[in-house]
Design a protein around this ligand. Structure first.
Ligand SMILES: *[C@@H]1O[C@H](CO)[C@@H](O)[C@H](O)[C@H]1NC(C)=O
Ligand SMILES: *[C@@H]1O[C@H](CO)[C@@H](O)[C@H](O)[C@H]1NC(C)=O
Length: 165
């Protein structure tokens, strides 16, 4: 084995190690698979350029790490759903699905928060019982908004008077 071959070998071992166990996508490795997927989906059709992008533009204002995990978990789920109906016997489809699935598993908090938002969207706010509960919780909700964000590093002492709700 020449020195160059060996260093390439070491590089690929490192990339595979960190790609898998660091749960990060190796974009270069996926580029070729994604190109094949584009061909499957006719992504070179002229209508792809019509209007606005579906995802990338929406990501622009999601800058904070925890925020990004929420929207990315949802977007990754949507890609997985799309690929569900694709021929999984194709190697590139299988590899992309596996990477997305790994990524999704690394974003469990994002998934949970996304589910919270979807559950909220389903609440029937015209329901009188729900309205009663909502009004009962209003003070606590507003209190959440004004209290300083709690980080694990600087835990604040519990307030003396706890809200009964
Ligand atoms: C892509 O285009 C080909 C040829 O027009 C068509 O047969 C095929 O169904 C298209 N595939 C998709 C996923 O739209
Ligand atoms: C991002 O936020 C800025 C400032 O609030 C706003 O003007 C812009 O339209 C937003 N962009 C998107 C894609 O939502």
């Amino acid at each position: 084995m020449t020195c160059q071959t060996y260093s390439l070998f070491v590089l690929s071992v490192i990339m595979i190690y960190f790609g898998r166990f660091g749960n990060s996508l190796i974009l270069a490795q996926l580029q070729n698979d994604i190109d094949q997927l584009k061909a499957d989906f006719n992504s070179s059709h002229s209508d792809v350029a019509d209007g606005r992008p579906v995802f990338t533009e929406k990501l622009v204002n999601w800058t904070e790490r925890n925020e990004k995990r929420i929207i990315l978990s949802q977007i990754v789920s949507m890609y997985l759903e799309m690929l569900e109906n694709t021929d999984k016997s194709k190697d590139h489809v299988r590899r992309i699905s596996e990477e997305l699935y790994t990524l999704k598993k690394s974003l469990p908090d994002g998934l949970k928060k996304m589910k919270d938002l979807m559950d909220l969207a389903k609440l029937q706010m015209s329901d009188l019982k729900i309205q009663r509960k909502a009004v009962n919780e209003l003070f606590s909700v507003l209190h959440k908004l004004v209290e300083p964000s709690s980080s694990p590093k600087r835990k604040r002492s519990q307030p003396q008077r706890r809200c009964k709700c």
